[in-house]
Structures are given as structure tokens and as C-alpha cells.
Write a protein that binds this ligand. Sequence first.
Ligand code: KIV
Length: 283
Amino acid sequence: MARRRTIHDFAEMARSGQRLVMVTAYDFPTARLCQAAGVDLILVGDSLGMAVYGEPDTLGVTLDDMVRHAAAVARGAPDTFVVADLPFLTYQVSPEQALLSAGRLMQAARVQAVKLEGGRAMAPTIERLVAAGIPVMGHLGLTPQSVHQLGGFRLQARQTEAARTLLADARALEAAGVFAVVLEMVPGEVAAWVTEHLQVPTIGIGAGPGCSGQVLVLHDLLGLYAGRSPRFAKRYAELGQMAEDAVRRYAEEVRSGVFPGPDHTYAADPDVIARLAEEGADA
Ligand code: KIV
């Protein structure tokens, strides 16, 4: 069994050019399979709201939701570094609010780090968490909790000034003490340029190959959605279709009486059957 990696391992891996592998998981069985597959980090993302609860965005996810799901993931992947998202409005009010929210995730869900969205405005909050001993991952570029301010789930940092702002924000997060930064939906060249100018690893999603690592939403990777996935998300399987076919076969077999057959039915003791027949139903 592999030792659980630490934030120091991630820094060393990035320095030596070893790419970090992160994937989301939201429950015990998927956490188990992610650990068995040997990923470096698991993110209990607030994409939970969309992937598991069918909501249009991440804004409705609560701290209670995150604690329950993150605890299940931590139980399923005890040897893997687990990061949990701080959901919308559980850290933006004040550094103290952030500390209480992050503390709950660390204590009740037993994760190893938290992730929060936002640029330089989040620096004091990150400093507060790091000073309390909580590893923090940043998240820049497309920050889904700001989807309405950004005008949709769209590519960020496309122009020169926006790319410079992205780097300035990333540097502010680094100075505040994050151990890694997620870069979401930014042009590949911009993400590579930001990565080159940081000491801490970057983890890209829709940000090209020039990041220190990659993250994908598990449901995209496994093809669990019926509809189209975002362009940046490669589907490594079509489990949604497989699952639908399996449920359809089950329904057909129940309706036709094929299931449950003898292999899936417990047999009673012959004496019991004989006595029931002899004595009748009203004995
Ligand atoms: O919530 C999430 O899954 C995320 C990833 C998209 C990075 O933040």
C-alpha cells in the first residue's frame, strides 16, 4: 500500500517534472476506485452540486453537503491526499468564517486540505488558514462560484491584460501560502506561462498540457453524463451507457420472470416446506 503523499511531495514532484494527477470523487465507492487507480490527489469538488445533485451550478452546495461527502471520500481513500472545496459563502465573509469552515472539513471529514476560489482578495484568508496549519489550494481562471459575474462557464484570461492579472493573482496566492493552484479554462499558452512564473504547482482543467498537473471531474472522465462533456474533458469510458443498458436488462428480466432465477433465490429446508404443506396456512 502506497504512503499518502504530502504537500511537500507535490512540490518536489512538480520541481522534478513529474505531473500531478488529481480527480474529483464525491462518495465512498468512487474514492476507493480512484485510490486503487493510484491518483495523487482526490478533490471533493463543489462540482458535486452539478455532478451528483443535478443543479445548474455550484452555488447551492452547503458546508454540510461537503462535510458528508468529503468524509465518505476520506473513508474510501485513506491513503490518498484528499482536498475538499470550501463552498460558496462559507469563506468569503471573513478569514474567521473561513477558518471555522475549513476547520470543520478537517475535523469532521478528515481531509488533508481545502480549496477556495479567488485572487488577491483571498490572500488574507489564505494566510489565516495556513497560519492555523491548514493546507490551502487556490483556484483561478474560471471560478465557478462567480459564474454569474463571469457571464457563464467560458474561457478566461484570453487577452494580455487578463493574462497579467491572472499571473498577479497566482503570485498573490503563492505569497499567501497556497501549496498549489488550480487553473480552470484558460488558454494553454497562458497557463504554461503562469506555471513557469510560479514556484508552487499548477493543476489545470481546460488549461492545456503546460500545467504541473491535471484534474478532471470523475463523471466527465467516466462518461457518466448522457449529454456532451466540455471540450476539455476527455471521456475514458462510457459508463453511463453501460449502466443504462444494465438497468434496462434488469427491468426486462424482472418483467419476463427471468430474474430472480434459482441462482439468486434462497431455498427453504425441505422439512419446512413439507410441514407448511401438511399443516396449511391457518395452523
Ligand atoms: O469543483 C470542482 O470539481 C473543481 C474542479 C473543476 C477543479 O473545482
